[in-house]
Design a binder for this molecule. Sequence first.
Ligand SMILES: Nc1ncnc2c1ncn2[C@@H]1O[C@H](COP(=O)(O)OP(=O)(O)OP(=O)(O)O)[C@@H](O)[C@H]1O
Ligand SMILES: [Mg+2]
Length: 217
Amino acid sequence: MALIDLKGISFAYPNGNLVLEGLSLSLEEGDKIGLLGENGTGKTTLLHIILGLIRPAEGEITIFGERYETEQDFKKIRGTIGMLFQDSDDQLFCTTVLEDVAFGPLNMGMNRREATYTAEQTLDKLGISHLKNRVPYQLSGGEKRLVSMATVLSMKPEILLLDEPTNGLDKKTGKLLVSVLQKYPARAWIMISQIQSTIEAMSNKYCKMNGGRVDLV
Ligand SMILES: Nc1ncnc2c1ncn2[C@@H]1O[C@H](COP(=O)(O)OP(=O)(O)OP(=O)(O)O)[C@@H](O)[C@H]1O
Ligand SMILES: [Mg+2]
């Protein structure tokens, strides 16, 4: 059984621009999909569809063998499927880094002490413990990227949707993030990246966005 199965997905933004058209994609256990494609081809849109942030006009979304259609359905999997947004400013909204990274664990039912412990451990793994009391919106772009990643990993999701994880990171920091993700026990992920070294290090399958669909390449 596929972990995530999309069939015949079509989606247009309200301005009428048809971005996805009859798209099908299966994410199986162990898949580390590198999703390629030119700017504006709908890669980010596809990840938002999987998470239920936007709804397709046509098509079926099946996650862990169940059909997902309503907000109630998608709510169930937001802790299990962790999404790193392309824009870090969409991910960070608390007044300190530590609060942002503890937010997911608290929301999932941990008490304050456990959530803080988990958040601190995650920050440490990513080498950014020193940022814990900073105001997220005042961080540099690269610092925001790592903190955003920490907010996702602190929830210990089983599946990751990664929208350009190493974007804006210098070589050394990019390598650190790749090595943290390689050690992370994800059941599967879909990763978008334009950076060759990230794609090569983190993918065991490649798909390309083309004309509103994804082709295995
Ligand atoms: N909220 C929106 N309203 C209208 N059009 C949108 C919206 N978001 C994205 N689009 C358009 O939909 C298309 C696909 O956008 P998307 O962000 O999915 O592309 P992408 O493949 O992730 O691109 P990039 O590589 O630049 O991140 C683009 O033409 C974009 O302009
Ligand atoms: Mg994008």
